[in-house]
Design a protein around this ligand. Structure first.
Ligand code: NAD
Ligand code: ZN
Length: 341
């Protein structure tokens, strides 16, 4: 079958013929219809330091997908041939303490589809059936293909009660922008978003931000005054991985504020811990999606009026993947979809 492979230890990905995965007794085999490009895939494409340490050359990459179940392992129940599914790309061990407690997102032995094990940028993907998620009929293929990053946004944003709260989101990447729409959907008051990329800030505004702030030429303090916020943000969602953004967030939080950290800093990052201690802040790290509470909430929010369509800005046929990756690299986009049909 056709698959996108990290075939050489240098910038790029290569379309190659590789062996179709076999469907183990507990797996479903999925024929891929659409995939989306994640920031992680871009890191692998660019072959940065993290990828060089993490990705074995020869890996079939990709983990954001929607497709159709075409084969069922002998032990699988609850799925039928033809089911339209996306799936959780974190494969958990099932036997550690957290897995056994139903807290699979905290599994200490997680493996990543398209990172440590063969991925979704391929004609077929085999994953454990428990990781597949059936997509309700009224949700489009495009949206189903981005359930993975939508799940990062949902897991982070739904970590704290947002009703009537003032929320600061640092980083208007695709995940930050989806977080804006979710925060609005669940009833936040002000949703303020920072970035340095005007294209993405405009998209965040379209998705319902009260105010977007380009921190290269505007100060967050002025915006807060403008909005009549004289105390500080109740909730902070860090979605940039940028140290300046995180430090700015800590200084703008109200006492007792709650902060969720999704963004991954590229190296060690110093903060003023006095902000955390004397303000009594709560800080929560976020990894992946809750299995599978986040997935059910994602489907339900779309079915109850959450509109994420504007986040999908570009489509390419997978044979033109190069253009898709270059678009992602430019930052002049939301989510980029690759069609496999
Ligand atoms: P992205 O790189 O597309 O978005 C990050 C955004 O932050 C960009 O738009 C960038 O312009 C902006 N930014 C840069 N400097 C800034 C500053 N000083 N202030 C405000 N914004 C600034 O990434 P994404 O795909 O939207 O993901 C968001 C973050 O979450 C990334 O750091 C990513 O690595 C991380 N991530 C974490 C998990 C997890 O499980 N924890 C999963 C997926 C992604
Ligand atoms: Zn486990």
């Amino acid at each position: 079958m056709k698959a996108l492979v990290k075939a050489k230890a240098e910038r790029g990905l290569w379309m190659q013929q590789i062996e179709k995965p076999s469907c183990g007794p507990n797996d479903v085999l999925i024929k891929i219809r659409k995939t989306a490009i994640c920031g992680t895939d871009l890191h692998i494409f660019k072959w940065d330091e993290w990828s060089q340490k993490t990705i074995p050359v020869g890996m079939n990459v990709g983990h954001e997908f929607v497709g159709e179940v075409v084969e069922l392992g002998s032990q699988v129940s609850g799925f039928a041939l033809g089911d339209r599914v996306s799936g959780e790309g974190h494969i958990t061990c099932g036997h550690c303490r957290n897995c056994r407690a139903g807290k699979r997102h905290l599994c200490r032995n997680t493996e990543g589809v398209g990172v440590n094990i063969p991925g979704a940028f391929a004609e077929y993907l085999a994953i454990p059936a428990v990781n597949a998620f059936k997509i309700p009929d009224n949700i489009s293929d495009d949206l189903a293909a981005i359930f993975d990053p939508y799940g990062n946004a949902a897991h982070t944003t739904l970590s704290f009660d947002l009703v009537g709260e003032d929320v600061l989101i640092t980083g208007a990447g695709p995940i930050g922008i989806m977080a804006v729409a979710i925060a609005r959907h669940v009833g936040a008051r002000h949703v303020v978003v920072t970035d340095i990329n005007p294209y993405r800030l405009a998209l965040a505004e379209k998705m319902g931000a009260s105010r977007v702030v380009n921190v290269s030429d505007e100060s967050l303090s002025d915006v807060m005054l403008d909005l009549g916020m004289d105390e500080g943000f109740d909730v902070g969602l860090e979605m940039s991985g940028n140290g300046h953004a995180f430090r700015d967030m800590l200084s703008k939080m109200n006492h007792g504020g709650r902060v969720a950290l999704l963004g991954i800093p590229s190296s060690e990052l110093a903060i003023d811990w006095n902000e955390v201690i004397f303000k009594g802040l709560f800080i929560k790290g976020i990894y992946g999606r809750e299995m599978f509470e986040t997935w059910y909430k994602m489907a339900s929010m779309l079915q109850s009026g959450l509109d994420l369509d504007p986040i999908i800005t570009h489509h390419y046929h997978v044979d033109d993947f190069q253009q898709g990756f270059e678009m992602m690299e430019s930052g002049q986009c939301g989510k980029v979809i690759l069609n496999w049909d």
